[in-house]
Design a protein around this ligand. Structure first.
Ligand code: CDP
Length: 205
């Protein structure tokens, strides 16, 4: 059986946490597609050409140590606006989505471009302030020293770039279900999403 769950949304909205937990709960594979753009960005920061880096990306590149840094995130949203970079990453994502046994992909354009026929499409969002607060706490716990204001400015700059690029801009698919996590705990968000997924699973699962 193939069963694809597409989870899109802006930076630090809770997509990663929700995707991981939903994949574990239903026994599906999970692909954090942001990691692909972050891996390309890390290579570009080391001097590589963006399209060449995207075209030769290997699973090893996704294991690089610095992919979660703020510097890599900003560069990721710059390389993600390059059509040739996006094109080079399409086949890998679609193959992943078609894995037998079910797949959860989270990103910006999964429901709109990569998997328009996904079985479940969610658009996970939260206010910029709540998202920046979460990202700030996440980064501070890992020893980063950026202020909350800097993190908020970074999140806003990235959203702006992601929503306004010509190729695959960040936006909800017409048939996506909106999940606003601003006032939800992780458990509440997970409960809501679990219910949505369960309702759409084939009966024999
Ligand atoms: O974890 P966070 O939400 O902060 O970001 P991410 O999902 O790791 O994505 C990093 C950047 O990659 C985003 O700001 C986008 O510019 C880009 N991206 C994209 O364009 N398309 C995707 N499917 C996933 C990420």
């Amino acid at each position: 059986m193939t069963f694809t769950i597409a989870i899109d949304g802006p930076a630090a909205a809770g997509k990663g946490t929700i995707s991981k937990a939903i994949a574990a709960r239903f026994g599906f594979d999970h692909l954090d597609t942001g990691l692909l753009y972050r891996a390309v960005a890390a290579l570009v920061l080391n001097g590589a050409d963006p399209v060449a880096a995207a075209s030769t990306l290997t699973p090893d590149h996704l294991e690089a140590g610095n992919l979660r840094s703020a510097e890599v995130a900003q560069m990721a949203s710059k390389v993600a606006a390059i059509a040739g970079v996006r094109r080079a990453l399409v086949a890998f994502q679609r193959e992943f989505a078609a894995r037998p046994g079910g797949a959860v992909l989270d990103g910006r354009d999964i429901g709109t471009v990569i998997c328009p026929g996904a079985d479940v499409k969610l658009f996970v969002t939260a206010s910029a302030d709540v998202r920046a607060r979460r990202r700030y706490e996440e980064q501070a716990a890992q020893g980063a020293t950026d202020s909350y204001e800097t993190v908020l400015a970074d999140v806003r700059a990235r959203d702006e770039r992601d929503m306004n690029r010509a190729d695959a801009p960040l936006k909800p698919a017409g048939d996506a279900i909106l999940v606003d996590t601003s006032d939800l705990s992780i458990d509440e968000a997970l409960e809501q999403v679990t219910r949505l997924v369960r309702d759409r699973l084939p009966r024999d699962r």
